[in-house]
Write a protein of this length. Sequence first.
Length: 144
Amino acid sequence: MNIDGVQRGLVLDHIEAGRSMEIYQVLGLDKLDCCVAIIKNARSGKTGRKDIMKIEDRIDIDLDALGFIDPNITVNIIDGGRVVEKKQMRLPHRVTNIIRCNNPRCITSVEPELPHVFELTDEQKELYRCKYCDQVYDRKRHHI
């Protein structure tokens, strides 16, 4: 398989196999006019399989959303066909409007314009809590 290199843009590497389409949707990449290449199930020496995304444009992406979806992603910033910066993702301490509170008694149920804000309360167990009602969201058991 031959996918051209990126001259100026982003390469998202080390994506957990099968998660690239979720990232595509959450980041709104379908709204871009630039070229986006998704490589699914590429061989990886570390994990066996991984996904890779190449974006042929320097866009602002939500790094918190990316880190929440998969904290093992590496964001490579490309300029002139070379990697000029690497960013290693990690679980963000706070996420806004990435997950929704499903507690019917939460204020976000009756005030839909309020942002859904969750804060990381246990990094080892990957548990988040709703800022308003303390509803627990277990990242390991749920996908966005």
